[in-house]
Design a protein around this ligand. Structure first.
Ligand SMILES: [Zn+2]
Length: 1205
């Protein structure tokens, strides 16, 4: 049905306030709404008050306030759909009125829009061109735009004008249809609009009724209601390239644009979060660059998703060489990198080399689908609107199984396939290579030619760069197989072993959170329970026919057995389901409880993980995890916890050794409260358990934390570190080694009782999480805590049983005999005691090496430690003698080999040197940490796991990695360790003397360390050597990240600012008042707008693309305040040299002139002492005195320096 649109009488806006670019953040008036909301066209008049900004042009900068401001890109740089035609038209008067309304009407390829005026940013109405069915001329220079159920009439100034409008509209419609046909012809896709990322009702301030809002790509569209959304007739849409979204309160959020603030309210907090996320996604999308996409789309088939046909796909699988939409990309990712390597055309810009783009133009969706989708039955084809599960099935079949592929004639004949591949790669026939690889040809088969043994080498020999690129991207691609191993989730649908069990159980009402308190007996009700056919049903009684409820075994994610007597029933067990419910069952008899637990476990654990059932467990279930080399995606694994052992069965990879939770090096929770990740680090393994489901994750978390804690007071019940030493001992010893070796009277002096006690208490509770920091703990408190711990050990370090034997041994007169007796006794100690004695004596051996400064020679130490370790009153010296003997004969008694001793000495030397040099970081954590470091770039093959002692410097780490990889250092190879922040797209070359450990602790999950050559170092050193001044000043483009959450949402652009960097601070000046011709230094306004202490800045090379840096020579400056708040700025230089000069100056002032270690240390690094001594104290240029003088000069006010020029 078609009806005329009837706008209400045009009325004068009642409240209009101006929002200008300059007063961003000021909200437009909450306009008065019309009352006739029942009227179909109530919204018509609203924008008047809403976003008509009549005097907008007055406050806009002149560049933007052009005659038709909105006909050009509003922000000046975002590409906007070009306007086909724009001009003033009269819109037909509302019923009962004869006054035509003047409207500024604008047509682009997708929309016809009309505005109150040509200065308005937001339309009163838009009509999707795709929904226009006809344009017809009616009398009186009028014409009608007819859609399925509504007609809009306009009157032009003249017949010529009308004709132009009608032609423009008809042409736009024709083009729209052609595009739709192309889309539907191509892979059965549905023509028309993009699927929204989110759509639904929202309140918008100023509107009486809720609007229907859709987030589509980089736009937020506003519709009056759902019906109009379907009709393609909306109010307006907001281009998110100028949008900024921020939370206001629990349910509200603002979408701010330079022209207006839209204040939305959602129905719930959760919905608000989802809207925020969707709109932030739209901002990201708007700010991403489509340069690569435009180029890849140059090949027509690439303009539609290779899988579902959705238009403008901006993702790609770089090994399959197909362009896909965001939705399909998500499912591709789920296939694993072995099947599809997913990258964004818009965001992963670095990936898109010229070669790869060319490959996509040559192969791309055309060739890709001729091979992969040669036989898709129409019933199995995807549509842009297909559901995620349909998509997943289709993509599994298409790429993992190769179900629809065109079989190569040589299929099945491996030898011939390989031969054909070797031939194909030397030609330009990429489609053939694709078909051969997809049909099983071996990518690394032997070509028969030793000169060029692999297809890749052959391609290289033949100069086929595209073939090489294709082969490289498919190096690890799995060959599709119909019988291929399905991902784990498929296992759940496998019919589980039929287990049957029945009996009475006592059950409580299911809970949505963990059970914190004891459940009284009365809270349980007796239920007849039957486990059969994979369902646990509970009935009112054994005669009842219909169950009260049931739990499907496939929904069970975890089964836990609380300690006896936790609840009103002696024996209980908990069942957690996927739907985040927790059921508690109880029983009197242990045997019965045990039997039920066993049966339920059997019913929900797949055969894959049945090994876990062989042992008793306190907790059993499945959890998403990441581990080993497959960190890209989480998989679901099966876990069981018994005692302090965590067993795991992973769908891929070899059988895992159980994790000894008490021996973990790290147990921490990362991520935010919504997205928690439990990180478990063992000696060589790191396991990430993800908290996707909150309830069972919290259960696991508590259980694992408890299991990882110390169990009791004896040594072996403590949390254990590397080599079986209790973490508590290790922490203290390490701290004293780091900070107390030169402290006078160490171990003899007592700490403050209260502090010592508090420290010991927290260490006993969870030593692993205690990080002793210099400045926070006094060494004497730590040493006292250690002594107290050892003295209080119930069994003593030397055990009650053997204590006497040790004391007796000390009386043996023959020195040699005595030592061998000690050795004998040592072997008899329990392993943890033995390891601890050794660690402790080794430590005391170090301490006495510094007796010159700490006054603690062997004898003094023995006086202190004898009674402590043997728990005596110190009256007789036998105990002391044992300690004295052990220290004196340390090497022999403990069979310490040369290498060990040398390492120990090195470590001490390094520590002392650094302390003397005063470079010991103020926030040093004790304890080693295993860290993953990459060589040259981040990928599985370049991974190295390195133990990072607290004393390790960036240079030592660099050298260690190079050593391990056997990489020689050539002259002018500036190998450096970089901290790479993937999220910020920035990296920071670590200073060679920087301690690695504190950096590791601060490293987020999206950061990693890479050792590679510092390409700019030589240029920087040359610059530093040749410059005249030690300060640097000049203009840079500056942008502040005002988002406190670090979401990196845009808040304004880059602006020119004047900077001065001296040895103490970086200063920013807003204005440069005048130029002094005789000095070259511009005079700045006297007070800097901002000032930051230079030593607390971290300078990263690079600025994330999302922020649209004006040049590619940018850096990101992070400032952490005393309160650990992070602030961030972005600076851009005009040239690479400028960037290097600034960066070099930063390095110079931050590290007191020591930018690069002096050469000899690197060259002679084979000699260990020198290697550790490479932390050079000699400044790069000049003597130390010169250095100090120049530092002194730095500290002067740069302005006064400038004035003296
Ligand atoms: Zn798709």
């Amino acid at each position: 049905m078609t009806k005329k649109e009837e706008p209400p009488l045009s009325r004068v806006p009642r409240a209009v306030r101006v929002a200008s670019l300059l007063s961003e953040g000021e909200e437009l008036s909450g306009d008065d709404q019309e009352d006739e909301d029942e009227d179909d066209h109530a919204y018509e008049g609203v924008p008047n008050g809403g976003w008509h900004t009549s005097s907008l042009s007055l406050s806009l900068p002149s560049t933007i306030a052009a005659p038709h401001p909105m006909d050009g890109p509003p922000g000046g740089s975002t590409p906007v759909t070009p306007v086909i035609k724009a001009g003033w038209l009269d819109k037909n008067p509302p019923q009962g009125s004869y006054i035509y309304q003047k409207r500024w009407v604008r047509l682009d390829a997708d929309h016809l829009r009309y505005f109150d005026s040509n200065k308005d940013a937001y339309s009163k109405r838009f009509i999707s061109v795709a929904c226009i069915s006809r344009v017809a001329a009616i009398g009186d220079q009028k014409f009608e735009v007819i859609t399925n159920n509504r007609t809009f009439a306009f009157r032009a100034e003249s017949d010529v004008e009308r004709k132009e409008w009608m032609q423009a509209l008809q042409q736009a419609m024709a083009e729209q249809r052609a595009r739709a046909r192309l889309s539907s012809a191509y892979l059965l896709g549905v023509p028309g609009s993009e699927q929204p990322d989110r759509a639904g009702s929202l309140e918008l301030r100023g509107f009486k009724n809720k609007l229907y809002v859709a987030v589509v790509g980089d736009k937020v569209q506003l519709y009056k209601n759902l019906e109009e959304y379907h009709l393609g007739i909306g109010i307006t849409f907001i281009d998110m390239s100028v949008g900024n979204v921020k939370e206001v309160d629990r349910r509200s959020f603002d979408l701010t644009t330079p022209y207006r603030i839209f204040s939305f309210s959602a129905d719930s907090e959760l919905e608000k979060e989802q809207w925020l996320e969707a709109m932030q996604g739209a901002v990201a999308e708007a700010l991403s660059t489509s340069e690569v996409a435009e180029r890849v789309w140059a090949a027509a088939p690439n303009r539609f998703c290779a899988d579902c046909g959705a238009p403008q796909p901006d993702w790609a699988s770089i090994n399959l060489c197909v362009v896909i939409c965001k939705r399909c990309a998500g499912e591709h990712r789920g296939l694993g990198a072995g099947v599809s390597k997913v990258r964004s055309l818009k965001m992963d810009r670095k990936v898109w080399t010229e070669t790869l783009i060319e490959l996509f133009l040559q192969l791309g969706n055309g060739a890709g689908n001729r091979f992969w989708a040669a036989n898709v039955p129409p019933s199995e084809a995807l549509q842009p609107s297909s559901s995620p599960s349909t998509r997943r099935c289709h993509l599994e079949a298409k790429y993992r199984e190769g179900k629809y592929r065109r079989y190569h004639p040589l299929f099945g004949n491996q030898e011939e396939l390989d031969k054909a591949l070797c031939a194909a790669v030397t030609t330009t026939d990429l489609a053939e290579t694709q078909a051969l690889l997809g049909c099983g040809a071996g990518i690394s088969c032997f070509s028969g030619d030793p000169e060029a043994p692999t297809p890749l080498a052959l391609a290289e020999q033949a100069g086929q760069t595209l073939q090489m690129e294709f082969l490289r991207n498919n190096r690890t691609t799995e060959v599709p197989r119909l019988d291929s191993m399905k991902p784990l989730e498929k296992h759940y649908s496998v019919i589980l072993p039929t287990v049957s069990h029945s009996g009475f159980l006592y059950k409580t009402a299911s809970a949505g959170k963990l059970l914190q308190d004891r459940r009284a007996r009365e809270e349980f009700s007796r239920r007849w329970c039957v486990l059969s056919d994979g369902v646990l049903s509970y009935y009112e009684n054994e005669r009842a026919v219909t169950p009260n409820g049931e739990i499907r075994a496939s929904e069970i994610v975890c089964l836990a057995v609380p300690l006896p007597d936790t609840h009103g029933f002696e024996h209980t067990f908990e069942v957690y389901t996927e739907g985040e419910r927790l059921y508690l069952f109880g029983l009197e008899s242990m045997e019965q409880a045990h039997e039920w637990v066993k049966c339920i476990a059997k019913a929900f654990v797949p055969p894959l993980a049945e090994d876990l059932l062989a042992r008793d467990f306190e907790r059993l279930g499945r959890l998403p995890y990441k581990a080993g080399l497959s960190l890209q995606r989480a998989q679901e694994g099966w876990f069981s916890l018994s005692g302090s052992e965590l067993r795991a069965v992973f769908p891929e990879g070899p059988c895992e050794e159980p994790l000894q939770l008490r021996k973990l090096q790290e147990l921490s929770i990362q991520g935010d409260s919504e997205n928690q990740v439990l990180v478990l680090v063992e000696r060589r393994r790191t396991l990430y358990i993800q908290g996707e489901r909150r309830l069972d994750f919290m259960g696991w978390l508590g259980a694992i934390q408890k299991a990882a804690a110390s169990m009791g007071d004896t040594l072996s019940e403590q949390q254990l570190g590397d080599s079986d030493i209790p973490v508590i001992v290790y922490r203290c010893v390490d701290y004293i080694t780091q900070c107390g070796l030169t402290s006078e009277g160490i171990y003899r002096k007592c700490g403050q009782t209260s502090k010592t006690q508090r420290l010991l208490e927290s260490l006993r509770q969870d030593a692993r999480s205690v990080h002793l920091k210099e400045g926070e703990q006094h060494v004497d408190d730590v040493s006292s805590a250690l002594k107290r711990f050892l003295r209080d050990l119930p069994d003593g370090l030397f055990t009650r049983a053997q204590r006497l034997a040790w004391l007796e041994a000390s009386e043996i007169e023959d020195e040699e005999e005595k030592v061998s007796r000690y050795r004998e006794l040592l072997v008899r100690l329990p392993p943890v005691n033995r390891a601890t004695v050794k660690a402790l004596i080794s430590h005391l051996y170090c301490v006495q090496c510094f007796s010159d400064t700490n006054q603690m020679n062997v004898h003094n130490l023995a006086i202190v430690f004898g009674p402590t370790l043997f728990q005596t009153d110190g009256q007789d010296y036998k105990a002391g003698r044992v300690v004295e003997d052990l220290i004196n004969h340390y090497v022999v008694v403990f069979s310490v080999d040369e290498e060990e001793l040398r390492k120990q000495r090195e470590e001490i030397t390094a520590i002392v040197k650094m302390r003397v040099a005063g470079t010991a970081s103020g926030t040093q954590h004790a304890g080693d940490f295993i860290c993953t470091v990459y060589l040259e770039e981040k990928k599985a093959e370049t991974e190295q796991h390195v133990k990072i002692p607290a004393s390790m410097t960036a240079e030592e780490l660099t050298l260690e990695i190079l050593d391990r990889r056997n990489v020689g250092i050539r002259e002018k190879d500036y190998w450096t360790c970089f901290e790479v922040n993937e999220r910020e797209e920035a990296e920071r070359p670590l200073h060679f003397a920087e301690k690695v450990l504190p950096i590791l602790h601060g490293l987020g999950t999206d950061s990693h360390l890479v050792v590679k050559k510092h390409q700019a170092m030589e240029a920087m050193l040359l610059y530093l050597a040749s410059r005249v001044s030690d300060t640097k000043h000049g203009m840079m483009k500056f942008r502040e990240d005002r988002s406190l959450l670090g979401l990196g949402l845009p808040s304004g652009g880059f602006h020119d600012r004047y900077f001065i960097l001296n040895s103490s601070c970086l200063r920013l000046y807003k204005e440069v008042r005048s130029q002094r011709p005789w000095s070259g230094a511009p005079e700045t306004s006297h007070r800097p707008e901002k000032e930051w202490p230079v030593k607390s800045l971290r300078v990263y090379l690079g600025v994330k693309k999302k922020l649209r840096p004006p040049t590619c020579w940018g850096f990101t400056v992070v400032h952490e305040t005393e309160k650990h708040e992070k602030q961030q700025w972005y600076l851009c230089c005009d040239t690479q040299m400028e960037l290097r000069e600034w960066f070099a100056t930063f390095l110079f002032v931050q590290h007191d002139g020591l930018v690069w270690p002096s050469e000899p240390s690197r060259v002679s690094r084979a000699v260990p002492e020198v290697r550790l001594g490479s932390v050079s104290l000699i400044p790069l240029r000049g003597s130390e005195n010169e250095m100090r003088r120049s530092v002194a000069a730095f500290t002067a006010d740069p302005l006064s320096l400038l004035r003296n020029v």
